[in-house]
Write a protein that binds this ligand. Structure first.
Ligand SMILES: *Cc1c(COP(=O)(O)O)cnc(C)c1O
Length: 344
């Protein structure tokens, strides 16, 4: 049985073309800054994101943790969204690595507003801790791949600049936001001091994230990466996969978005499935089973038996994600399987 794996856009396997690019990559010791393929990838990323420099890191989590470490001091307060990746899926790293206090706020579909942040900031006038960093996520994973409105990001950027607070953008899926809206990566990144993007999500590379900012930020980020054990050597073989991904797999994200939309439209309402259709903006479909006969484990098991994999996603919810290893034919078949499983 062919498995249609909708658990995450991280499950993609390197294509033949990507493997060929990997096998041909020129390499050197990146510890000496001598890996030409890494250097080229970092230059490409800096250019795309409109920042002075970029740094290749092992994962999105590592980029996030390096950024928090560089942009804060121990005891500082960091504002982020309560459903953000950093608050939920990074093993409490900000407390361990940077010794900061996280201040989670509830956003609408994962999006914080400038007003909300303005009301929350603790400034230098207080005798207590101070807010020093705001972390944003675009697109927002747990909210269902929702896109952060550029206008609000601008307002947040302006507010924070005026208050001397840094802004960091977790752009693990910023490529999806950019393809969905036509707004460039740099336009989004302009409102932030530092930004990261992932190569191993929708772009289909096996490993890697890029962290971008100004020269001084990257100088310090390199030290933090080393501290975390993330300094790498002949890593051009991975950077080559990243370059291949940027050159070949960026535009096609629109297909993933169409397929996610199609899946959501076809299965919303089926056997009690509830989908917030306004949240289906990119490649993620989050569905509530609260009104279904099937429980989450029953639904996951039933779908799995028929060859569709999804993941549990919070209380009475499951998530399906489209990606470059899911064809139009696959998604049509997945719809049929959802119908069979939820009609029971
Ligand atoms: C996947 C993801 C990351 C990084 O995850 P890694 O597994 O560490 O690469 C960071 N932020 C968001 C929003 C993500 O979806």
């Amino acid at each position: 049985m062919d498995i249609i794996d909708l658990r995450s856009d991280t499950v993609t396997k390197p294509s033949r073309g990507m493997r060929k690019a990997i096998s041909k990559a020129a390499v050197g010791d990146d510890g000496f800054g001598e890996d030409p393929t890494v250097n080229r990838l970092q230059e490409m990323a800096a250019e795309l994101l409109g920042k002075e420099e970029a740094l290749f890191t092992a994962s999105g989590t590592m980029s996030n943790q390096i950024a928090i470490k560089v942009l804060t001091n121990p005891g500082d307060e960091v504002i982020l969204e309560v459903d953000s990746h950093t608050f939920n899926y990074e093993s409490g790293a900000p407390a361990v690595i940077s010794r900061v206090q996280l201040r989670p706020l509830k956003g609408k579909r994962g999006m914080l507003t400038a007003e909300q942040i303005a009301q929350t900031i603790r400034g230098p006038e207080t005798p207590y801790l101070e807010t020093k960093l705001v972390c944003l996520e675009n697109t927002h994973n747990r909210a269902g791949g929702t896109v952060f409105p550029l206008e609000e990001m601008k307002k947040i950027g302006d507010l924070c600049r005026a208050k001397g607070i840094r802004v960091y953008l977790d752009g693990a899926r910023l490529f999806n936001a950019s393809v969905a809206t036509g707004i460039s990566l740099a336009e989004y990144a302009r409102n932030c001091d530092a930004v990261s993007v992932c190569l191993s999500k929708g772009l289909g590379a096996p490993v890697g994230s890029l962290l971008a900012g100004d020269k001084e930020f990257i100088r310090r980020a390199k030290k933090a990466r080393k501290l975390l054990g993330g300094g790498m050597r002949q890593v051009g073989i991975l950077a080559a996969a990243g370059i291949y991904a940027l050159e070949n797999n960026l535009g096609r994200l629109a297909e993933d978005h169409r397929r996610a939309r199609y899946l959501a439209e076809e299965i919303n309402g089926l056997g009690g499935i509830e989908i917030d259709m306004d949240a289906v903006q990119t490649n993620i479909v989050v569905m509530s089973l609260a009104n279904c006969k099937l429980t989450v484990p029953q639904a996951i098991e039933g779908l799995k038996k028929e060859g569709v994999l999804v993941v549990p996603f919070g209380h009475q919810r499951i998530r399906a994600v489209t990606h470059l290893d899911v064809s139009l034919k696959d998604i049509r078949k997945a719809v049929e399987i959802f119908r069979r499983v939820f009609a029971r």
